[in-house]
Design a protein around this ligand. Structure first.
Ligand code: ATP
Length: 451
């Protein structure tokens, strides 16, 4: 096995054995490429979501939250262009009947070539001419077919095309269709934003690389509405803000990410600019999140299709215009994966430590009685007090203290508090740090201040 694959496998095994992630429906043999988040995964995910909400909604006084539905009127997806255009270029090797995303083959084998800037005809010609062997087999390629990524289902008691609905492939459209309502009810003045997080679904041709690409995933998206002439400035602001979110807030190392500015040829016709923020995954650089200037494309299309006015009247000048929109779009599962990979270390002596930033670690603290027999009563008191203060804290009394420290290191808990003999007699408690394994004692009355 290649080293790169080994690293990802090792991390997946670790996450499975510590309760971050389980294979979906495992007792029935699983369902391919589905992963359930276990108790620790849920805590990590909630922390990231809450930080996003704080940074992109609460801290920006002009931004508002929303929770729109997964199921929407199918006309939404006609207007947005998804019914017609949301597809990937599928190519099949006739020799072994395996199917692939044509653009991903080119990206993988010819990283210097910009596959996203090639249309399907160009991609097809390029692959037929240049890829004679792939995935351990000789090749005989079919033409490229457009593979539609929308998940379909039917609503109500009668099946049939009338009841066909789609599971949303992005959360953004739920925002556009509520643009006028949010603006009016919140008396919002441009520039303002609407953001939400939630599930999205795409029938991906080639899901895989663990939770990097799955058919059901979560997104955190903001649509920031601006006057067209101010869109460049807002775009730059959100490229910076989104980049800083991944590094300064989530704690990913600066050297593990890079920005990729899309070239003119690969931009959608309506897009005035797109920047991807990529992360170095064990399987190579991959998109973590993107920021796009989508112009007035979405609002104009929904206005046309619905017949409802989706323009904005400036409250001072009375000028009426359709705002441009800047969209920072973040994949929550991918961001989790990146944060974990970036933090995961095995030290020379075999110690596994996840150096997660404390703000995202599942537990901020673990309370450990040095001896279960003598110290658990006092330790439980400390635990309960911390829980009352709203801190995500864990209590662990089983096994030797050394083993318990190792377990907390391996799940990313930054600090262990050990209750010792002197906790009752002298009111002191031991603090043990994950990253350097240093220990110190402090007075228990100073604990809250310390934390
Ligand atoms: P890709 O090129 O990897 O398919 P995309 O450009 O189609 O991604 P967007 O439509 O820009 O992705 O979606 C915004 C974000 O949603 C992405 O940056 C990514 O983090 C996340 N995302 C998209 N598709 C998936 C998926 N299948 N599984 C997990 N996350 C996804």
């Amino acid at each position: 096995m290649k080293n790169k694959e080994k690293k990802l496998k090792e991390i997946i095994n670790h996450l499975k054995s510590t309760g971050f992630v389980f294979q979906g429906s495992e007792i029935y043999g699983g369902l391919s490429n589905t992963w359930d988040y276990g108790p620790l995964g849920v805590l990590l995910k909630e922390n990231i979501k809450n930080l996003w909400w704080k940074e992109f909604i609460l801290k920006e006084s002009n931004n508002y939250g929303l929770d729109s539905k997964i199921l929407m009127n199918p006309k939404v997806w006609e207007a947005s262009g998804h019914v017609e255009n949301f597809s990937d270029p599928l190519i099949e090797n006739k020799i072994n009947h395996k199917r692939y995303r044509a653009d991903k083959i080119v990206e993988e084998l010819f990283p210097e070539i910009n596959a996203e800037a090639m249309d399907n005809k160009k991609l097809e010609k390029f692959i037929i001419e240049n890829v004679k062997e792939y995935d351990g087999s000789k090749t005989n390629w079919t033409d490229i077919k457009k593979f539609h990524l929308m998940f379909e289902t039917s609503q109500g008691v009668v099946e049939g095309s009338k009841n066909k609905v789609y599971l949303r492939p992005e959360t953004a459209q739920g925002i556009f269709v509520n643009f006028e309502k949010v603006q009016r009810t919140m008396r919002a003045k441009i520039p303002f934003g609407i953001g939400q997080y939630g599930k999205s679904f795409r029938n991906e041709v080639t899901p895989g690389n663990f939770i990097f690409r799955t058919r059901e995933f979560e997104q955190m998206e903001l649509e920031y509405f601006v006057k067209p002439e101010n869109s460049d400035k807002a775009y730059k602001y959100y490229v910076d803000k989104t980049t800083n979110f991944s590094t300064k807030i989530i704690g990913i190392k600066e050297e593990s990410i890079k920005l990729r500015v899309h070239e003119k040829e690969e931009l959608a016709h309506y897009s005035k600019g797109t920047t991807d923020i990529e992360f170095i995954f064990p399987f190579g650089w991959g998109e973590l999140m993107g920021v796009a200037n989508r112009s007035d494309f979405d609002l104009k299309n929904h206005e046309k299709q619905s017949g409802e006015k989706l323009s904005y009247r400036d409250h001072i000048t009375q000028e009426i215009y359709t705002p441009y929109v800047i969209e920072p779009s973040i994949g929550l599962d991918r961001l989790m994966l990146a944060a974990i990979i970036d933090a995961y270390e095995i030290e020379e002596d075999g110690r596994i430590v996840m150096k997660l930033k404390k703000d995202i670690s599942p537990y901020k603290l673990s309370v450990l009685p040095l001896s279960k027999k003598y110290h658990s009563k006092s330790a439980k008191k400390v635990f309960e007090k911390l829980i009352e203060n709203g801190i995500s804290v864990n209590y662990d009394e089983a096994g030797s203290i050394g083993k318990r420290y190792r377990r907390q290191d391996s799940i990313g808990t930054p600090i262990c508090l050990t209750v010792i003999d002197e906790t009752d007699s002298k009111g002191i408690i031991t603090i043990r740090h994950r990253d350097n394994m240093k220990q110190e004692t402090i007075n228990i009355d100073d604990l809250e201040k310390y934390i």
